[in-house]
Design a protein around this ligand. Structure first.
Ligand code: UN1
Length: 512
């Protein structure tokens, strides 16, 4: 047996309970609660965890407020030290946490680890940021005056996350919120409480090493809508960062706005790739396969629509069909697997329903069948599907969280861009072309209307250094890199008069 085979053997040899034990879970934490947790790998119930009683929420929020009063006074670089320690603890626990992501979200091992790496990356970014958080100075029209802006901590930040990035999305928000001076209250998806609990154990280790962080600085609440609503409706939670469906965002956004809170919404995507006649098709095929079938099509940045020039469409589709035919589907813990399970059977039912609908709307479906052989029993495995569509019909304009790639053709670039933009969502997009005019047009004001627009790379797998988020029904929020930190702070404009006069702006006279 080669070494690699031996390794694969060991990976799949670990039982679910071994994985949870390695991540530091005690028997008591995994039993006795009323929220059943299932692994998408084989549908097995792996734990019953305790949910937060909605009656506890005022206490949770009060603790966060108390923590805020202390934390806002801690110098930002010192706050950064806590995030630096979190990054260190994450590095040490990368394999164990990645395995819990695989167990609970069904991601293949490499993507489970990649998700933890994304957490480490944002910690590094936030540590540097903690020595910046800078404002501008602005020229004043008045003599002897100086204007500037200062960024202050804002208050407790609720972070509501989805099953598909069960830990990375929390870290994008938490690492920034913590250096910005904001306590964090995390409500994970009910499908992935264990990854959240495992992350909290890592956070606790960082807090312990840090020493004097206020109690209640980082809290976890587990449960359903009543828990989320308590956060969404509380005036003591000035920031609500929510990742999930457009449906969820349409409820959360207005409710937070009604109490003049700030929401950061990262909702659905319906991401497209335009493949132009000059495209490097080898590269395009690899980019398409990773972004359409990676994470079993369950990223909000997954590629869902392929808009291919008529001249290369048939060739591209036949190459894709060949690539799809050889995709290893199965146990996500096995090193060679590229397509793991969908999160649950309901997700696969929705995939099948979408394919059926696509058929009714004139689509020609390749693949998409349920897979029962060579995969762990009890999981919802499916072949990724390619669907050739006569045009961009209603089902194509709907986000189905599954590995379905709709293919449409185009003749002129303007037509392709119009099609790319003609969906309700506006998260990620890309073009494959070697033509500078086409690339720059796609990135220009008349090009893609998305928050992310790429050239010669796919729409998914964004790095943390850029601001992440999108327009229209994607919600408009930005998280992660660039200046996304500003959403976690309040901006104060300061005008300082160092003269002995009191001139008024705009030349107004008001002599008394
Ligand atoms: C998500 O799918 O919710 O760009 C986030 C990506 C990842 C994040 C996706 N960095 O695919």
């Amino acid at each position: 047996m080669t070494d690699q085979r031996a390794m694969v053997h060991r990976e799949t040899d670990m039982t679910h309970s071994d994985v949870l034990k390695a991540a530091g879970f005690s028997e008591a934490e995994l039993t006795g609660g009323d929220l059943a947790v299932h692994s998408p790998i084989d549908g097995a119930e792996v734990a019953r965890v305790r949910q937060t009683d909605p009656a506890e929420m005022p206490g949770v929020i009060a603790r966060a407020q108390a923590a805020f009063r202390a934390w806002r006074e801690v110098p930002a670089p010192r706050r950064g030290e806590l995030v630096r320690l979190l990054g260190e603890e994450l590095r040490a626990a990368k394999a164990e946490l990645g395995a819990v992501v695989t167990l609970e979200a069904g991601k293949i091992t490499s993507e489970g680890l990649g998700e933890v790496q994304e957490m480490i990356d944002i910690c590094d970014f936030a540590v540097g940021l903690s020595r910046q958080l800078y404002g501008l100075t602005i020229a004043s029209e008045r003599p002897g005056h100086r204007m500037m802006e200062t960024w202050h901590p804002m208050g407790p930040c609720a972070v509501i996350t989805a099953f598909n990035f069960p830990v990375a999305v929390w870290s994008w928000n938490a690492a920034l919120a913590l250096v910005c001076g904001d306590p964090v209250i995390w409500k994970p998806s009910e499908k992935t409480p264990l990854t959240a609990m495992a992350t909290m154990k890592i956070m606790e280790r960082a807090l312990k090493r840090f020493g004097d962080a206020p109690e209640g600085l980082v809290q976890l609440v587990i449960g359903g809508p009543a828990i989320g609503e308590a956060l969404v409706d509380s005036r003591d939670v000035p920031i609500v960062s929510a990742t999930g469906s457009c449906r969820m965002g349409a409820i959360v956004g207005p409710r937070v706005a009604q109490r003049f809170g700030r929401s950061i919404l990262e909702l659905g995507g319906n991401n497209a790739m335009i493949v132009a006649p000059s495209a490097d098709l080898d590269m395009a095929v690899r980019a398409i396969v990773f972004s359409a079938v990676g994470t079993a099509g369950q990223r909000c940045t997954s590629l869902r629509r392929l808009i291919a020039h008529h001249s290369i469409r048939d060739e591209l589709v036949s190459r894709l069909k060949a690539a799809y035919a050889s995709l290893p589907i199965g146990d996500p813990r096995q090193a060679r697997t590229l397509v793991g399970p969908l999160i649950d059977h309901a997700a696969r039912d929705r995939m099948q329903a979408a394919l059926e609908q696509a058929g009714k709307e004139g689509g020609r479906v390749h693949g998409g069948r349920s897979v029962a052989e060579g995969v762990p029993q009890g999981g919802a495995y499916a072949e990724p599907a390619i669907v050739e569509m006569p045009e961009q019909t209603a089902i194509v304009r709907t986000e189905t969280f599954a590995p379905i790639l709709y293919v449409m053709g185009y003749e002129r670039l303007e037509e392709a861009i119009a099609m790319q933009n003609d969906v309700p969502q506006g998260l990620s997009s890309c073009i494959f072309t070697l033509n500078l005019r086409e690339a720059e047009t796609f990135l220009s004001a008349v090009g893609s209307d998305c928050g992310i627009a790429n050239v010669n790379i796919g729409p998914s797998g964004a790095e943390i250094g850029g601001a992440f988020g999108g327009e229209k029904e994607t919600g408009g929020g930005r998280e992660s890199g660039s200046d996304a930190w500003k959403a976690y702070m309040r901006r104060q404009t300061n005008t300082i008069n160092y003269s002995a006069e009191l001139p008024l702006a705009q030349g107004v006279k008001f002599d008394i």
